[in-house]
Design a protein around this ligand. Structure first.
Ligand code: KDG
Ligand code: MG
Length: 402
């Protein structure tokens, strides 16, 4: 089954998405998400200028060989741009395989290991009261697992505070927005937020929290310890994971479960974290870590060390990625949870999909392949708009992690 054409579709139905469409000689096509928030066109160029010419004439059925060909063949291995491009090809080929065998993707991955996929959404507010209200809204909408973020008293802006209920979008058109940060103010405040949430909602709902790479290891250890009475489902990205060994220190001090991986692109970025059991959840996503083929390798390694998956699923991961993620989640044995933020109505219209959300759980649907399509005519009505993720400075002006 030869690949006869492939094209890169860039559109902005509320936010930018990069989608690869791979066409085969018998008319079956597959889709893959290649969106890298704030750097979308770099991946689009990597694909259309360098990868698409290599795909024409290849056998679409040879998924593993194509993955190795693009990874080893580039010589410049790994990195977010390369791995997002390879991910898009890989997902598109899995989509084609599913469609040509008339089977939903999860059946090709070993079949369902569970009936449904547990997801979590982001509740946030400018202060504690608003966050309490947002968590209540999510609970009402059926969510059993809720990430809670709140503005910090004394700071003008904080990561994770959304735009209206059920919608979170950090990227801004034209220039990066700038936020301010104080680890001291954050560390003093954050236990009061979770004390209040537990008091209000009791022990049942899973509560999650994202530190967004902003603390040093010893600060993270202190926060983890201070949150222990509120038994979080996880504390995410407490410190940057570039230095994987730094999680040893956090781990020595706290039993709060840890989740890392949304910015990891390969198994080598999280190998120490997994093999030393320094984390509990690995958050690598289909789109940013080499597609289904490579994500399975990461999950298989993690399974040996009792680390479960908790894939990134914010709104900058397109419905094509969400569909693929849900097939993966349904099938992989060591699944933990899936992040799910609703896309806008415009995005959902561009990407009609079979996956469904109900009562806090999801299912990828039974359509052959990934079960997500693209309406190209509609997509063309939403041209690319340059946008950037925010940058973050400490109160004295020093650049900090966002
Ligand atoms: O593109 C970056 C966002 O998706 C990310 O900042 C959101 O941290 C995030 C999360 O956990 O969803
Ligand atoms: Mg995060």
């Amino acid at each position: 089954m030869k690949i006869v054409d492939a094209k890169v579709i860039v559109c902005c139905p509320g936010r930018n998405f990069v989608t690869l469409k791979v066409m085969t000689e018998d008319g079956v096509y597959g889709l893959g998400d290649a969106t890298l928030n704030g750097r979308e066109l770099a991946v689009a160029s990597y694909l259309s200028d360098h990868v698409v010419p290599l795909l024409i004439g290849r056998d679409a059925r040879r998924i593993e060989d194509t993955w190795q060909y693009l990874y080893k063949g580039a010589y410049w291995q790994r990195g977010p741009v390369t791995m997002s491009a390879i991910a898009a090809v890989d997902a598109a080929l899995w989509d084609i395989k599913g469609k040509s065998l008339n089977a939903p993707l999860y059946q090709l991955l070993g079949g369902a290991s569970r009936e449904t996929v547990l997801v979590y959404g982001h509740a946030s507010g400018v202060g504690i009261e608003e966050t309490v209200q947002a968590v209540a809204q999510y609970q009402k909408a059926g969510y059993k697992a809720i990430r809670a973020q709140s503005g910090i008293p004394g700071l003008p802006s904080t990561y994770g505070v959304g735009r209206g209920s059920f919608y979170y979008e950090p990227a801004e058109k034209n220039a990066p927005p700038q936020s301010r940060w104080s680890s001291e103010a954050y560390m003093n405040f954050i236990p009061t937020l979770f004390a209040r949430l537990r008091k209000e909602f009791g022990p049942e709902p899973h509560l999650l929290h994202d530190v967004h790479h902003r603390l040093t290891p010893i600060e993270a250890a202190r926060v983890g310890k201070s949150l222990e009475p509120y038994h979080l489902f996880w504390m995410e990205d407490p410190t940057p994971a570039e230095l994987q060994e730094s999680f040893r220190l956090i781990r020595r001090h706290t039993t709060t479960p840890l989740a890392v991986g949304e910015v990891c692109n390969s198994i080598f970025d999280c190998q120490t974290l997994i093999q030393e059991q320094l984390i509990d959840y690995i958050r690598t996503a289909v789109v940013h870590s080499g597609g289904i083929t490579h994500l399975r390798r990461i999950a298989n390694l993690a399974e040996i060390y009792q680390v479960r998956t908790g894939s990134h699923g914010a709104t900058d991961l397109s419905p094509v990625c969400m569909g693929a993620a849900l097939h993966f989640d349904l099938s992989v044995h060591n699944f933990g949870i899936q992040e799910y933020m609703k896309h806008t109505d415009e995005t959902n219209a561009v990407f009609p999909h079979a996956y469904q959300f109900e009562h806090g759980i999801m299912h990828p649907g039974e359509k052959p392949g990934i079960g997500v399509d693209i309406n190209e005519e509609l997509a063309a009505k939403y041209p690319y708009q340059r946008a950037y993720l925010p940058v973050n400075r400490r109160l004295d002006g020093t650049m900090h992690n966002w």
